[in-house]
Write a protein that binds this ligand. Sequence first.
Ligand code: ZN
Ligand code: ZN
Length: 332
Amino acid sequence: MMKAIVYTAKNEVTFKDFPDPKAGPDEVIVAVKVSGICHTDYEVLKDNYGTGAFPVVPGHEYAGVVIEVGVNVTSVKTGDRVAVDPNLECGACLACERGWAHLCENLGAYGVTTHGGFAELSVVKATAVHSIGEMSFAQAALAEPMGCVLNGVDAVHETWMKNALIFGAGPMGLLMGMALNAQGIADVAFVDISDNRLELASNFGFKALASGSDDMREWHHGADLVVEATGVPDVASGLTAYMANGGKGLFFGVCPSDSKIEIAPFEVFRRQLTLAGSHSLNHNIPRALDALTGLGETVERTVSHKLPLREIAHVLDSKPPQDSLKVHWVAT
Ligand SMILES: [Zn+2]
Ligand SMILES: [Zn+2]
């Protein structure tokens, strides 16, 4: 038996002994070393995502060591240090036909619809693991979030963009800011309501603006790119006010699925604005690992908590610790 966090039903988080997984053909067993909490893990709990097939082990942002390979597996071997690509697409719908796994009509994922990374061992398809070389497991566990960030960047980035305004200096917003810097947008500013998060953003070298402060006035119709990374509908409804003529806006945060906002279509027309969305990641873990390598160890400063698995269960059962950024389980 192994230790695992298991949702036994909607809203039921347990920390328990769970049977060790076995590697079937084309599968590998990963001994999980670091696994991160994501907003989605709370959505799983609320049953907004996935099929609601319980019991399920949450966690889709993880890295570890391959300790067993099933028959037919040649792409990876025991002892390999790997990051996991969680997405499991159907391969048969229109989006899949177009190569858009992240938009699959029947999208599943390790840690959402089938067991994921908040367990000592995780069984995954051999094609879902990617070698991380010598990278730290903490950094490699950021590959999935960085994959989502790069998918968002791809949805909106243009070479003419000179500046970007990001609402929400959480871990995803900060990774987005770093990725935009790396794409050549030097001038990236953050808006947040938390002083701690604003301080962190400025420690990363970004401009930091307190939400509702006078400093925000100069960004009125001033940002080539505006990113919503809070998941707060009121913030989403204010994006266009900051978009420059011809500018783009990205809905990157996860707003409540039933929320609505008002947008003036005349403004979108007259100022030729583009509003875009991005969801999840599309098998770009190798590219995300490259991006993380390029950024170096500084990305690990987006991790605020390193907790034992039992504590992670507690966090999932309540809410993220005050002023937390990325929360990681680090296996001992
Ligand atoms: Zn995630
Ligand atoms: Zn599909």
